[in-house]
Ligand binder design. Structure first.
Ligand code: SF4
Length: 483
């Protein structure tokens, strides 16, 4: 999370699943708890853990951070079992609320199913309407319930749950990395483009599937490999097997923002270190937008690595320019307008000894809405910076995302409505430089995938409904039902 987390693109989820593989010493609940802790940056709105105790599912989920939701007594009540699935969530305007917390648990005629997912279906509204017209009743506004319905419908005729997941993947479109739990199996599936990350780890005989490798590190598990785009991974008492029917159907397109901002720098995604990618982005920036300055500072936290890269490439010393108050949670209450305006100052302070009397290069990962940028620049100037040159480790964010982040409308994007010179004036810096799209395409060394860069170039890898700017589930049908 960056200093201006109000002005950032927010990821909508992180997933974690574990199967003991027959090792009764593994505590799947505590492993999931620590895994979710490591994934907290992917979502702070709500979280949940479901555990399969001999076919009986215990699930606990609520709004709040992992540390707040899961007290020792809640974890104890969840007990232990052979399989567990966990989730952290960031909900956008249309999908906030306790009812949208995951995992989702359902009983169907052939058993029970637990699902947690990261991403966004591009045909969810259409599928939901079809399901509603055939009598389905929804309890949430989240895509995961649509997925759950499609999988359980397929399960009626499919010989196994993994075949049902495969059948549902013929119907659902868009971005999804999901983990599922049946009475005996842990299943992971990644959409054929591979928009969102998903990897596999091993801890003794236990297998883990999770959004980022940092969650494996947090429980001492070793990284095995990434789930391939389109792959379905099935884990049970017999070990791990893979279904590749949906692999290679389309070019892989990992979201480039995972490297720019979303993922933790200590994660390795699709063969590439996030930290290394950000260092490279900073080095590119230094070559593309050099400037005479005395110190390079990064916007905490996601601008720090790129700032180091800029400093190394340019030879301008690196300094600690900001200190972030780490003890402000999302539940922080802002009762008045002036309190809200002061939020940046409460969260962040400049280190005057680093910037006073200096020409400062400030490196940040992105400018999305531009809402709090000017405020942070003012903090730097008030601390004595004589010049502030902003360098952005991504291209101007021009188009909305339909694949699981919270930017649903181009109107909210500062670069969509203003030229770079206008943005420079609005945020109050002496110069402003963005990474070019060409730079973005090459800054992730070692990545074995192609990238989705649609929010920079408007080239969406799938069909999307560009007119859909209202909440996704207020269909004409739903509106008529209000009367
Ligand atoms: S549109 Fe942008 S944020 Fe969305 S998946 Fe593509 S690169 Fe990522």
């Amino acid at each position: 999370m960056s200093m201006n987390d109000l002005d950032k693109l927010h990821e909508e989820c992180g997933v974690f699943g574990i199967h003991t593989g027959g090792d009764s010493h593994v505590n799947v609940v505590s492993a999931t708890y620590y895994g979710l802790y490591a994934l907290q940056h992917r979502g702070q709105e709500s979280c949940g853990i479901a555990v399969n105790d001999d076919g009986l599912i215990h699930c606990y989920k609520d709004e709040g951070l992992v540390n707040d939701v899961f007290s020792e007594s809640v974890l104890r009540k969840l007990g232990n079992g052979k399989i567990a699935v966990g989730h952290v969530r960031y909900g956008d305007a249309g999908t906030k609320g306790r009812e949208n917390a995951q995992p989702l648990v359902a009983n169907h005629v052939k058993g029970c199913l637990t699902v947690a997912h990261n991403g966004c279906l591009t045909n969810a509204a259409e599928l939901r309407e079809q399901l509603e017209l055939s009598g389905a009743i929804f309890h949430t506004t989240s895509d995961v319930e649509v997925m759950m319905y499609e999988i359980t419908r397929c399960r009626l005729s499919a010989p196994s749950i993994e075949e049902a997941v495969s059948g549902a993947m013929e119907i659902i479109e868009g971005a999804y990395s999901m983990v599922l739990m049946s009475p005996t199996k842990l299943i992971a599936a990644r959409d054929p483009h591979g928009f969102r990350p998903l990897c596999i780890g091993k801890l003794g005989s236990a297998y883990i599937v999770t959004s980022e490798s940092c969650a494996l590190d947090s429980i001492g598990a070793s990284f095995l490999r990434d789930v391939e785009p389109g792959e379905i991974v099935v884990i049970d008492d017999n070990g791990l097997r893979s279904i590749t029917t949906h692999c290679g159907k389309c070019p892989s397109k990992i979201c480039v923002f995972e490297y720019v901002y979303t993922a933790r720098p200590d994660s390795v995604i699709d063969g590439a270190s996030v930290h290394e990618a950000r260092l490279q982005a900073g080095a590119f920036l230094a070559r593309q937008h050099p400037v005479e300055a005395d110190v390079v500072i990064g916007a905490p936290d996601s601008g720090l690595d790129a700032a180091l890269g800029y400093s190394r490439e340019s030879g301008i010393p690196y300094g600690i320019g900001f200190i972030k108050n780490k003890y402000i949670g999302r539940t922080f209450i802002l009762p008045t307008q002036s309190d809200r305006e002061n939020k940046v100052r409460i969260k962040l302070n400049a280190v005057a000894s680093t910037v006073r009397g200096k020409r400062v290069v400030l490196v940040d990962d992105s400018i999305v809405r531009g809402t709090t940028c000017a405020h942070t620049i003012r903090i730097l100037r008030e601390a004595g910076a004589t010049e502030v040159h902003m360098r952005v480790a991504s291209s101007p964010y021009l188009y909305p995302c339909y694949y699981g982040t919270d930017i649903k409308s181009a109107d909210s994007l500062i670069a969509h409505n203003h030229t770079i010179e206008e943005i420079r004036e609005i945020i109050g810096v002496d110069s402003l430089g963005y990474l070019t799209l060409e730079g973005i395409m090459t800054f992730v060394p070692g990545c074995k995938r192609g990238f989705c860069t649609a929010c920079f170039d408007g080239k969406y890898p799938t069909e999307v409904n560009k007119n859909e700017e209202k909440p996704r589930y207020l269909s004409p049908l739903s509106e008529s039902k209000k009367n």
